[in-house]
Design a protein around this ligand. Structure first.
Ligand code: KG4
Ligand code: ZN
Length: 333
Protein backbone atom coordinates (compact mmCIF):
# COMPACT_ATOMS: atom_id res chain seq x y z
CA UNK A 1 0.00 0.00 0.00
CA UNK A 2 1.43 3.33 -1.09
CA UNK A 3 0.63 6.38 1.08
CA UNK A 4 1.23 10.04 0.25
CA UNK A 5 1.75 11.85 3.57
CA UNK A 6 1.85 15.50 4.66
CA UNK A 7 3.16 17.08 7.86
CA UNK A 8 2.95 20.81 8.63
CA UNK A 9 2.21 20.93 12.36
CA UNK A 10 5.11 23.12 13.35
CA UNK A 11 7.99 24.60 11.36
CA UNK A 12 8.85 21.84 8.87
CA UNK A 13 6.92 21.48 5.64
CA UNK A 14 7.13 17.79 4.75
CA UNK A 15 5.80 15.47 2.06
CA UNK A 16 6.60 11.76 1.85
CA UNK A 17 5.75 8.56 0.04
CA UNK A 18 5.75 5.42 2.19
CA UNK A 19 5.19 1.83 1.14
CA UNK A 20 3.37 -0.55 3.54
CA UNK A 21 4.10 1.64 6.56
CA UNK A 22 7.77 0.73 6.58
CA UNK A 23 9.64 1.61 3.42
CA UNK A 24 10.41 5.23 2.55
CA UNK A 25 10.23 5.97 -1.16
CA UNK A 26 10.56 9.72 -0.82
CA UNK A 27 10.87 12.02 2.21
CA UNK A 28 11.10 15.74 1.43
CA UNK A 29 11.44 18.35 4.16
CA UNK A 30 11.64 22.14 3.83
CA UNK A 31 12.98 23.48 7.11
CA UNK A 32 12.11 26.96 8.38
CA UNK A 33 14.95 27.13 10.91
CA UNK A 34 16.62 30.08 9.19
CA UNK A 35 13.33 32.00 9.05
CA UNK A 36 12.68 31.67 12.80
CA UNK A 37 16.29 31.84 14.03
CA UNK A 38 16.41 35.66 14.46
CA UNK A 39 13.39 35.42 16.80
CA UNK A 40 14.88 32.62 18.93
CA UNK A 41 11.71 30.55 18.52
CA UNK A 42 8.90 29.73 16.12
CA UNK A 43 6.67 32.62 15.01
CA UNK A 44 3.33 30.90 14.25
CA UNK A 45 2.08 33.40 11.67
CA UNK A 46 5.36 33.31 9.75
CA UNK A 47 5.32 29.50 9.92
CA UNK A 48 1.88 29.24 8.27
CA UNK A 49 2.85 31.58 5.45
CA UNK A 50 6.12 29.73 4.84
CA UNK A 51 4.23 26.41 4.70
CA UNK A 52 2.07 27.81 1.91
CA UNK A 53 5.03 28.73 -0.26
CA UNK A 54 7.19 25.70 0.64
CA UNK A 55 4.42 23.18 0.09
CA UNK A 56 3.94 23.70 -3.65
CA UNK A 57 7.39 22.61 -4.90
CA UNK A 58 7.50 19.63 -2.51
CA UNK A 59 4.07 18.48 -3.61
CA UNK A 60 4.84 18.98 -7.30
CA UNK A 61 8.05 17.00 -7.24
CA UNK A 62 6.47 14.17 -5.21
CA UNK A 63 3.46 13.90 -7.53
CA UNK A 64 5.74 14.03 -10.57
CA UNK A 65 7.62 11.02 -9.18
CA UNK A 66 4.33 9.19 -8.62
CA UNK A 67 3.04 9.93 -12.11
CA UNK A 68 6.37 9.03 -13.71
CA UNK A 69 6.53 5.51 -12.29
CA UNK A 70 2.79 4.98 -12.84
CA UNK A 71 2.23 2.94 -9.65
CA UNK A 72 -1.02 4.04 -8.00
CA UNK A 73 -1.41 5.83 -4.70
CA UNK A 74 -3.66 4.12 -2.15
CA UNK A 75 -4.32 6.90 0.36
CA UNK A 76 -3.48 10.44 1.45
CA UNK A 77 -2.49 11.03 5.09
CA UNK A 78 -1.99 14.25 7.01
CA UNK A 79 -1.21 15.45 10.53
CA UNK A 80 -4.34 17.19 11.87
CA UNK A 81 -3.06 17.80 15.43
CA UNK A 82 -1.57 18.62 17.82
CA UNK A 83 0.30 21.66 16.57
CA UNK A 84 -0.04 25.29 15.50
CA UNK A 85 -3.50 25.76 14.06
CA UNK A 86 -2.50 27.95 11.10
CA UNK A 87 0.33 25.55 10.25
CA UNK A 88 -1.84 22.43 10.52
CA UNK A 89 -4.49 23.97 8.26
CA UNK A 90 -2.05 24.17 5.35
CA UNK A 91 -1.33 20.44 5.40
CA UNK A 92 -4.95 19.49 6.07
CA UNK A 93 -6.27 21.52 3.15
CA UNK A 94 -3.60 20.39 0.71
CA UNK A 95 -4.24 16.77 1.69
CA UNK A 96 -7.99 17.20 1.22
CA UNK A 97 -7.45 18.75 -2.20
CA UNK A 98 -5.20 15.92 -3.38
CA UNK A 99 -7.49 13.23 -1.93
CA UNK A 100 -10.52 14.81 -3.62
CA UNK A 101 -8.80 15.42 -6.96
CA UNK A 102 -7.44 11.87 -7.14
CA UNK A 103 -10.40 10.11 -5.54
CA UNK A 104 -8.32 8.67 -2.71
CA UNK A 105 -9.17 7.90 0.92
CA UNK A 106 -8.05 10.62 3.36
CA UNK A 107 -6.63 9.91 6.82
CA UNK A 108 -6.08 12.43 9.63
CA UNK A 109 -3.18 11.41 11.86
CA UNK A 110 -2.03 12.42 15.31
CA UNK A 111 1.43 14.02 15.14
CA UNK A 112 2.59 12.21 18.31
CA UNK A 113 1.41 8.87 16.95
CA UNK A 114 3.46 9.72 13.86
CA UNK A 115 6.58 10.22 16.00
CA UNK A 116 6.04 6.78 17.54
CA UNK A 117 5.76 5.19 14.07
CA UNK A 118 9.18 6.51 13.09
CA UNK A 119 10.17 3.29 14.89
CA UNK A 120 8.41 1.23 12.21
CA UNK A 121 10.29 2.83 9.33
CA UNK A 122 13.11 0.73 7.97
CA UNK A 123 16.23 2.94 7.86
CA UNK A 124 17.28 3.70 4.28
CA UNK A 125 19.93 1.25 3.11
CA UNK A 126 18.67 -1.55 5.37
CA UNK A 127 16.70 -4.38 3.77
CA UNK A 128 14.48 -5.11 6.71
CA UNK A 129 14.24 -4.90 10.44
CA UNK A 130 11.66 -6.59 12.66
CA UNK A 131 8.64 -4.47 13.64
CA UNK A 132 8.51 -3.14 17.22
CA UNK A 133 6.78 -5.50 19.66
CA UNK A 134 3.91 -4.81 22.06
CA UNK A 135 3.50 -3.90 24.84
CA UNK A 136 5.72 -1.03 23.75
CA UNK A 137 6.56 1.67 26.29
CA UNK A 138 7.14 4.90 24.34
CA UNK A 139 8.83 8.05 25.54
CA UNK A 140 7.58 10.83 23.25
CA UNK A 141 9.71 13.93 23.74
CA UNK A 142 9.40 16.89 21.37
CA UNK A 143 9.40 20.67 21.42
CA UNK A 144 5.84 20.76 22.69
CA UNK A 145 5.22 17.39 24.37
CA UNK A 146 6.71 14.97 26.88
CA UNK A 147 4.48 11.92 27.15
CA UNK A 148 5.17 8.47 28.51
CA UNK A 149 2.81 6.04 26.86
CA UNK A 150 2.20 2.30 26.83
CA UNK A 151 1.04 0.96 23.50
CA UNK A 152 -0.57 -2.49 23.64
CA UNK A 153 -1.45 -2.70 19.97
CA UNK A 154 -1.71 -0.47 16.91
CA UNK A 155 -3.92 2.48 17.85
CA UNK A 156 -4.14 1.42 21.53
CA UNK A 157 -2.37 4.03 23.67
CA UNK A 158 -2.58 4.61 27.39
CA UNK A 159 -0.82 7.73 28.59
CA UNK A 160 1.05 7.03 31.82
CA UNK A 161 2.45 10.52 32.29
CA UNK A 162 2.94 13.90 30.68
CA UNK A 163 4.72 17.11 31.48
CA UNK A 164 3.09 19.39 34.01
CA UNK A 165 4.83 22.47 32.60
CA UNK A 166 7.59 22.71 29.97
CA UNK A 167 8.15 19.99 27.41
CA UNK A 168 11.64 18.44 27.31
CA UNK A 169 12.48 20.10 23.98
CA UNK A 170 11.14 23.41 25.23
CA UNK A 171 13.49 23.17 28.24
CA UNK A 172 16.44 22.50 25.89
CA UNK A 173 15.41 25.48 23.74
CA UNK A 174 14.96 27.88 26.71
CA UNK A 175 18.23 26.90 28.40
CA UNK A 176 20.06 27.22 25.08
CA UNK A 177 18.69 30.76 24.78
CA UNK A 178 19.90 31.60 28.31
CA UNK A 179 23.36 30.35 27.36
CA UNK A 180 23.37 32.30 24.09
CA UNK A 181 23.50 29.10 22.02
CA UNK A 182 20.75 29.99 19.56
CA UNK A 183 17.84 28.09 18.04
CA UNK A 184 16.96 25.23 17.94
CA UNK A 185 18.44 24.62 21.36
CA UNK A 186 18.58 20.83 21.63
CA UNK A 187 21.27 20.14 19.04
CA UNK A 188 23.24 23.22 20.22
CA UNK A 189 23.23 22.06 23.86
CA UNK A 190 24.24 18.54 22.88
CA UNK A 191 27.15 19.84 20.79
CA UNK A 192 28.50 22.21 23.46
CA UNK A 193 27.94 19.67 26.26
CA UNK A 194 30.36 17.26 24.57
CA UNK A 195 33.20 19.50 25.84
CA UNK A 196 31.64 19.97 29.29
CA UNK A 197 31.67 18.24 32.68
CA UNK A 198 28.15 16.93 33.45
CA UNK A 199 29.01 16.50 37.16
CA UNK A 200 30.29 20.06 37.72
CA UNK A 201 26.90 21.46 38.81
CA UNK A 202 24.25 19.35 40.48
CA UNK A 203 20.93 20.59 39.14
CA UNK A 204 17.52 19.57 40.56
CA UNK A 205 15.56 16.56 39.25
CA UNK A 206 11.80 16.73 39.77
CA UNK A 207 11.09 13.05 40.49
CA UNK A 208 7.38 13.55 41.34
CA UNK A 209 7.28 10.22 43.27
CA UNK A 210 4.39 7.90 42.48
CA UNK A 211 3.73 9.57 39.14
CA UNK A 212 4.99 9.20 35.59
CA UNK A 213 4.50 12.94 35.02
CA UNK A 214 7.43 15.21 34.30
CA UNK A 215 8.26 18.77 35.34
CA UNK A 216 11.13 20.74 33.87
CA UNK A 217 10.37 24.34 34.80
CA UNK A 218 12.19 24.07 38.16
CA UNK A 219 15.29 22.83 36.37
CA UNK A 220 15.07 25.69 33.89
CA UNK A 221 14.75 28.22 36.73
CA UNK A 222 17.70 26.63 38.55
CA UNK A 223 19.85 26.97 35.42
CA UNK A 224 18.83 30.64 35.15
CA UNK A 225 19.84 31.27 38.77
CA UNK A 226 23.12 29.40 38.31
CA UNK A 227 24.00 31.48 35.23
CA UNK A 228 23.32 34.67 37.22
CA UNK A 229 25.56 33.51 40.07
CA UNK A 230 28.35 32.54 37.69
CA UNK A 231 28.68 36.13 36.39
CA UNK A 232 29.46 37.46 32.94
CA UNK A 233 31.48 34.51 31.65
CA UNK A 234 29.80 31.29 32.77
CA UNK A 235 31.43 27.95 31.87
CA UNK A 236 28.86 27.33 29.14
CA UNK A 237 29.91 23.76 28.31
CA UNK A 238 29.75 22.63 31.95
CA UNK A 239 26.36 24.28 32.50
CA UNK A 240 24.98 22.74 29.28
CA UNK A 241 26.36 19.29 30.19
CA UNK A 242 24.99 19.47 33.76
CA UNK A 243 21.56 20.55 32.48
CA UNK A 244 21.49 17.79 29.87
CA UNK A 245 22.52 15.21 32.49
CA UNK A 246 19.63 16.27 34.76
CA UNK A 247 16.96 16.10 32.07
CA UNK A 248 18.26 12.82 30.63
CA UNK A 249 18.45 11.29 34.12
CA UNK A 250 14.72 11.88 34.80
CA UNK A 251 13.53 10.87 31.31
CA UNK A 252 15.54 7.65 31.32
CA UNK A 253 14.69 6.68 34.92
CA UNK A 254 10.94 7.08 34.43
CA UNK A 255 11.02 5.25 31.11
CA UNK A 256 12.92 2.33 32.65
CA UNK A 257 10.53 2.18 35.57
CA UNK A 258 7.47 2.18 33.28
CA UNK A 259 9.05 -0.59 31.20
CA UNK A 260 9.36 -2.75 34.33
CA UNK A 261 5.92 -1.96 35.70
CA UNK A 262 4.10 -2.53 32.40
CA UNK A 263 6.09 -5.58 31.31
CA UNK A 264 7.29 -3.91 28.10
CA UNK A 265 8.40 -6.23 25.32
CA UNK A 266 10.35 -3.24 24.01
CA UNK A 267 10.89 0.45 24.74
CA UNK A 268 10.79 3.09 21.99
CA UNK A 269 11.97 6.68 21.87
CA UNK A 270 10.14 9.21 19.72
CA UNK A 271 10.14 12.94 18.92
CA UNK A 272 12.83 15.53 18.29
CA UNK A 273 14.55 15.08 21.66
CA UNK A 274 14.94 11.35 20.86
CA UNK A 275 17.75 12.55 18.57
CA UNK A 276 19.74 13.38 21.71
CA UNK A 277 22.69 10.99 21.88
CA UNK A 278 23.14 10.97 25.68
CA UNK A 279 19.39 10.27 26.07
CA UNK A 280 19.59 7.38 23.59
CA UNK A 281 22.62 5.94 25.37
CA UNK A 282 21.22 6.37 28.89
CA UNK A 283 17.87 4.79 28.06
CA UNK A 284 19.71 1.82 26.52
CA UNK A 285 21.86 1.52 29.66
CA UNK A 286 18.96 1.62 32.11
CA UNK A 287 16.29 -0.40 30.33
CA UNK A 288 16.79 -4.14 30.81
CA UNK A 289 15.08 -5.10 27.52
CA UNK A 290 15.41 -4.02 23.93
CA UNK A 291 15.25 -0.31 23.04
CA UNK A 292 14.05 0.93 19.64
CA UNK A 293 15.66 4.13 18.42
CA UNK A 294 14.53 5.80 15.20
CA UNK A 295 17.41 7.00 13.00
CA UNK A 296 18.37 10.50 14.19
CA UNK A 297 17.09 12.09 10.96
CA UNK A 298 13.63 10.57 11.49
CA UNK A 299 13.28 11.79 15.12
CA UNK A 300 12.49 15.40 14.23
CA UNK A 301 9.38 16.31 12.24
CA UNK A 302 8.94 14.56 8.89
CA UNK A 303 6.09 13.17 6.82
CA UNK A 304 7.44 9.61 6.45
CA UNK A 305 6.43 8.89 10.05
CA UNK A 306 2.89 10.07 9.22
CA UNK A 307 2.83 7.75 6.20
CA UNK A 308 3.91 4.87 8.44
CA UNK A 309 1.23 5.51 11.07
CA UNK A 310 -1.38 5.91 8.32
CA UNK A 311 -0.75 2.42 6.94
CA UNK A 312 -1.68 0.76 10.25
CA UNK A 313 -4.75 3.00 10.64
CA UNK A 314 -5.79 2.16 7.12
CA UNK A 315 -5.43 -1.58 7.79
CA UNK A 316 -7.80 -1.08 10.73
CA UNK A 317 -10.26 0.67 8.40
CA UNK A 318 -10.00 4.11 10.00
CA UNK A 319 -10.68 6.68 7.30
CA UNK A 320 -11.47 10.39 7.63
CA UNK A 321 -13.56 12.46 5.24
CA UNK A 322 -13.45 15.96 3.78
CA UNK A 323 -14.84 17.46 7.01
CA UNK A 324 -11.44 16.76 8.62
CA UNK A 325 -10.30 19.86 10.52
CA UNK A 326 -7.17 20.91 12.41
CA UNK A 327 -7.14 19.97 16.13
CA UNK A 328 -4.37 22.04 17.76
CA UNK A 329 -4.71 20.28 21.17
CA UNK A 330 -5.35 16.72 20.01
CA UNK A 331 -4.08 14.32 22.75
CA UNK A 332 -2.49 10.94 21.97
CA UNK A 333 -4.78 8.93 24.25
O1 KG4 B 1 9.55 16.65 17.20
P1 KG4 B 1 10.13 17.96 16.85
O2 KG4 B 1 10.94 18.07 15.58
O3 KG4 B 1 9.03 19.07 16.77
C1 KG4 B 1 7.93 19.09 17.62
O4 KG4 B 1 7.00 18.28 17.40
O5 KG4 B 1 7.99 19.87 18.59
O6 KG4 B 1 11.03 18.39 18.09
C2 KG4 B 1 11.73 19.57 18.12
C3 KG4 B 1 12.46 19.66 19.46
C4 KG4 B 1 13.13 21.01 19.68
O7 KG4 B 1 12.78 21.47 20.98
C5 KG4 B 1 14.62 20.68 19.58
O8 KG4 B 1 15.44 21.52 20.39
C6 KG4 B 1 14.64 19.25 20.08
O9 KG4 B 1 13.48 18.67 19.53
N1 KG4 B 1 15.83 18.51 19.63
C7 KG4 B 1 16.78 18.04 20.46
C8 KG4 B 1 17.79 17.48 19.65
N2 KG4 B 1 17.40 17.61 18.33
C9 KG4 B 1 16.20 18.25 18.34
N3 KG4 B 1 16.87 18.07 21.80
C10 KG4 B 1 17.96 17.52 22.36
N4 KG4 B 1 18.98 16.98 21.65
C11 KG4 B 1 18.94 16.92 20.30
N5 KG4 B 1 19.95 16.38 19.61
ZN1 ZN C 1 7.14 16.71 16.31
Amino acid sequence: MRVLAFETSCDETAVALVQDGRWIESNLIASQVELHRPFGGIVPEAASRAHLTNMVPLLESTLEAVDRDGRPLDAVAVTYGPGLVGALLVGVNVAKAVAYARGLPLLGLNHLEGHVYANWLVPPGRDDQPEPRFPLVCLIVSGAHSDLVVMRDHGDYVRLGRTRDDAAGEAFDKVARMLGLGFPGGPAIQRVAEQGDPTRFHLPRAWLPGSYDFSFSGLKTAVGRLIEQLGPEPPVADVAASFQAAIVDVLAAKTAQAAREYGAAQVALAGGVAANVPLRRTVQDRVAGEVRLPPVALCTDNAAMIGAAAYYRLRAGAISDLTLDARPNLPIA
